[in-house]
Design a protein around this ligand. Structure first.
Ligand code: ASP
Length: 339
């Protein structure tokens, strides 16, 4: 029998309404499993662990990602797959972070959650949870897992985790993977898109636990002033700045703007160009408004999501690699995060 470990971190799926304030707050795991008696009917050996204090995913933190990665590492040889129950708000960040932290993965790590708590009759949580478990346990005729990567299952679709973003806070269909095809669709059958699913690694799992969050996301808008740009860029201790740019990686061409960026690069700060567009990619040099960025040494984020860019930087900075090596790796596909 396949052995699956369910890891409960919190999120709406297990929340209940606070009697006094009426707001939703995380509740314990027993409450959640009581609402899904179907879990006992699986032809699986299903085990679970829960965070002592479940969290709303807005309180997610690199320290918790390390805890999650360690839980998987400790149990890696004992289980065939892992399902992480997680709030949807920052699920894409966690999935991206885990994809970098878990190198040489050969087993499924499927994140899921819901938009309505599991105790509500119309909840989307039951289907999400049940199908996520089924996917984590799915194996081919050769006995190998069908989805040996970090993925998100939500509302009938399975996505590569580091390609996703939370797109809708109301619809059950909350996630998108704008630059990569869905890995599977669940209807009467679960149809896997084998061309898009990563191959299982044949090497031993390596878990990277050092993450460095001395980074900043600098969101551009028309009319951004010199004064504000100066004070943002001069924030002390920053090691890398994500330049959240327009269109195909474009930015204002004002001399002061380019000079301020260049000063940071000369100081050894990495500037990573990630587009505000959800689809398409950064092509530095395509427009005149990105020629200077390329010249001064801004690194192109290609078609990476903001979520994957943030976590890739934390991961690479944590490795304490030479600056040029980090810049090279930022432009290279490490875990299927860019194409
Ligand atoms: N605020 C919740 C969370 O991210 C939303 C959800 O779970 O859907 O924890």
């Amino acid at each position: 029998m396949n052995k699956i470990l369910l890891i409960y971190t919190g999120g709406t799926i297990g929340m209940m309404q606070d009697v006094k304030s009426g707001s939703l707050k995380p509740f314990n795991f027993k409450h959640l499993t009581k609402q899904v008696p179907e879990l006992t009917r699986f032809q699986l050996d299903l085990h679970s662990v829960s965070f002592k204090k479940p969290i709303d995913s807005s309180n997610m933190h690199p320290r918790v990602w390390v805890e999650l990665a360690e839980t998987i590492e400790k149990n890696y040889n004992k289980y065939d797959g892992f399902v992480i129950l997680h709030g949807s708000d920052t699920m894409s960040y966690t999935a991206s972070a885990l994809s970098f932290m878990l190198e040489n993965l050969s087993k499924p790590v499927i994140l899921t959650g819901s938009q309505l708590p599991i105790g509500i009759i119309r909840t989307d949580g039951k289907e999400n949870l049940i199908t996520a478990i089924e996917i984590a346990a799915a194996k081919g005729k050769n006995g190998k897992p069908l989805v040996p990567e970090v993925a998100i299952y939500f509302e009938y679709e399975l996505y590569r985790g580091n390609r996703t973003l939370k797109y809708n806070s109301e619809h059950f269909d909350a996630f998108k993977s704008p630059n990569y095809p869905v890995l599977a669709e669940a209807g009467v059958h679960i149809n896997y898109n084998f061309n898009a699913i990563a191959n299982a690694s044949t090497k031993k799992l390596t878990v990277h636990k050092a993450l460095d969050n001395d980074i900043l996301v600098f969101n551009l808008f028309p009319g951004i002033s010199k004064k504000i740009t100066q004070s943002i860029l001069n924030t002390s201790d920053i090691k890398a700045i994500i330049l959240h740019s327009f269109g195909a990686g474009n930015a204002p061409t004002d001399e002061w703007f380019i000079d301020l960026l260049k000063k940071q690069i000369d100081k050894g700060v990495i500037i990573y160009n990630v587009t505000q567009c959800l689809e398409g990619r950064v092509i530095q040099g395509k427009y005149q408004t990105s020629v200077q960025l390329q010249k001064i040494g801004v690194v192109s984020g290609e078609d990476i999501t903001l979520e994957a860019a943030v976590t890739k930087l934390m991961f690479l900075l944590g490795q304490k690699l030479p600056l040029q090596k980090i810049k090279n790796l930022l432009g290279i596909n490490l875990r299927g995060e860019i194409s």
